[in-house]
Write a protein that binds this ligand. Sequence first.
Ligand code: GLU
Length: 481
Amino acid sequence: MSEKREVRVRVAPSPTGDPHVGTAYVALFDYVFARHCGGKFVLRIEDTDRARSTPESEEAILRALRWVGLEWDEGPDVGGPYGPYRQSERAEIYREHAFELVRRGHAYPCFCTPERLAELRAAQIKAKEDPSYDSLCRRLPPEEAERRAQAGECHVVRLNVPDEGETVVHDRLRGDVAFRNALIDDQILLKSDGFPTYHLANVVDDHLMRISHVIRAEEWLSSTPKHVLLYQGFGWELPEWLHLPLLRNPDGSKISKRKQPVSIDYYRDIGILPEALRNFLALMGWSFGGDREKFSTEEMIEAFSWDRVTLGAPVFDMEKLAWLNGAYIRDLSPAELLARLREWRLGDDFLLRLIPLVRERIRRLDEFVPATTFFFAGDLDYAEAPPLAPKNQTPAEAAKMLTAALEILDAERDMDADALDARLRTLADEKGWKARELFMMLRIAITGRTVSPPLFETLRAVGREITRRRLRQAAALLKGS
Ligand code: GLU
């Protein structure tokens, strides 16, 4: 397909959690489109949310995207001509641009106090209106605003959204989508601490990094009119927008970790092959033509065209993924499959982690495999396992407890044994459980057994993602019983 501009696309994850399959899905379309057109694929880290962004999450996202097989041409780790590619290193650029927009009359400083905003919001909610800023500070004479800002009065910078008319987003996949300006809030662009919000940083970077096509999930469509206004305010050439259909849970809701695993690492740990995952994610938003479902990324790059994007509501169906993965497994020669199994969990590294855990517990070599099955399984069959809930607790109470333990595990990313031990003991105490009962329930949920190697070492070897999945499944089972 021929494009008017040099094709430069980007994926822009926020490093606030686990590497999400939705990021891989968008990155796949970026990657394929860039390769198809001989363009560039950029990875940018959007870490303006300073409270929630962590370097560990950034590292995990980069590692996971590489595992999926989506190499970027420019990014925080590989550099490139338009860096830095991490927003926290670009704060000054956003500040300058915010002031530039104020000078151009498309943004204004706002001095409203949090108290005033809270009152306004409460009044709007009471009057059954959608909460939004009433543009009070937009009406300040510019000299007064300038003087107060200069004097150091606490303020934010807001986008000056016209009251009348509408803003049209040209989406290459969806056509023109019009938004009434009256319904667009005067978005905060720069916070009082001088840091940008997503909208300002995202648009400034897309412009400065020469992004030609903004490919992202549908959930961002409602933000796009603000972005159009920003481009227009700066007098910049608009990129093309392409909002891909959002991945969904089987019940049609937006894919979420409460319903099914969303971390790329989970799919790696249960032995999904990266090429099968790429094929599966491609199918979520694109059709090869005919009824062909199995195709390589190379074939997709060759055949790619935006006309074949399907705008339905793609369901992330784990059965379908397993079916497709099976087809890829059958394509491998025995030696290749053995190599994949070794890369997965049958290599020396992983086995050497298990040996100290079970050495004291086996008397014969033939006991090794039975003693370690739960390290190699994805889901466990709890029907075969001892009862999960302690005798003195109802299944509903036990389910609540598992959910609370899961939250602790979510918070302790590196699964430090001492920290987990302390926090779980506190939890047991608070709920009037014996720590022993809680640990036993966790042990059964994670291993399917009452006897296993030490709990925390076991769950570290099982892995964070599979552990979380098992706790969630055990909790669901208890809730249902
Ligand atoms: N940082 C946003 C995210 O986490 C990027 C959205 C966009 O691509 O504009 O998805």
